[in-house]
Write a protein that binds this ligand. Structure first.
Ligand code: 13P
Length: 247
């Protein structure tokens, strides 16, 4: 089955619920109907509730989830809680969490296990740092991140998983990866996925890292790119909408 392109806003720690509400009011005044692209917003946890009553043209995602399944886990948010907010997606393993919050390939694999058996679709973030790219370690890094993330699950053919390839050096820098580099690394990711799957689930690949309204149409046409994970250009209604309209 051909899936729609997917345009995901990762708002990170931006927008309190008043600002989120303001964005939602503005974007829902626009024509969000599309046969070719699904729009997804991942706000902070405190704004999730705003989406419960929203129109079906906007899907909801969370930015993280706990792998602990004991209620004695102060400050954590469970898969069940996200499900009760009608979250369709959840981001795991974002490089900012890997970098600043001790997210490891092991903790990502525990999160993947929790999500995989729920209704929620994981958005697994992977990507190499600049020194890894320069040291020609990109394949090794991506292989480890992917293999480890799926190491605790039993594949199901009906399950969707999104993998967001976000080169760390391209995030928030205004400098997206180049056409050939994205093409080559998406191909590597496909190869890694094919190597580890015996029973395929449905994998779709997103690109993230300085996507904006000027480079979106070129990047979306690169082989194997099924959509975007967007940070700063998703914070402003008009720029996010302009990207969506190109998909
Ligand atoms: P930017 O689009 O701001 O580079 O952020 C990308 C990102 O980290 C999305 O998860």
């Amino acid at each position: 089955m051909i899936r729609k392109k997917i345009c995901v806003a990762n708002w990170k720690m931006n927008k309190n619920f008043i600002e989120s509400n303001d964005f939602l009011k503005k974007i829902t005044q626009k024509d969000l109907s599309s046969n070719s692209c699904e729009l997804v917003i991942c706000p902070s946890y405190d704004s999730l509730f705003l989406f419960n009553k929203l129109n079906p043209q906007l899907s909801l995602g969370a930015q993280d989830v706990s792998y602990l399944n004991s209620p004695s886990s102060t400050g954590e948010i469970s898969v069940d809680m996200l499900t009760s907010h009608n979250c369709k997606y959840v981001i795991i393993g974002h490089s900012e969490r890997r970098e600043s919050l001790n997210e490891t390939n092991e903790s990502v694999s525990l999160k993947m296990k929790e999500i995989y058996n729920s209704q929620i679709i994981p958005i697994l973030c992977i990507g190499e740092k600049l020194d890894e790219k320069l040291g020609k370690l990109t394949y090794k890094v991506l292989e480890k991140q992917i293999t480890k993330a799926f190491s605790k699950i039993n594949f199901k053919s009906e399950k969707d998983v999104l993998i967001a390839y976000e080169p760390v050096w391209a995030i928030g820098t205004g400098q997206a990866a180049g056409h050939n580099e994205i093409k080559q690394n998406m191909k590597l990711i496909k190869k890694i996925i094919n190597n580890i799957y015996t029973n395929n689930c449905n994998i779709y690949l997103l690109y993230g890292g300085s996507v904006n309204e000027n480079n979106a149409s070129e990047i979306i046409n690169i082989d194997n790119v099924d959509g975007f994970l967007i940070g700063s250009a998703s914070l402003e209604v008009n720029s996010f909408y302009k990207i969506f309209k190109q998909l």
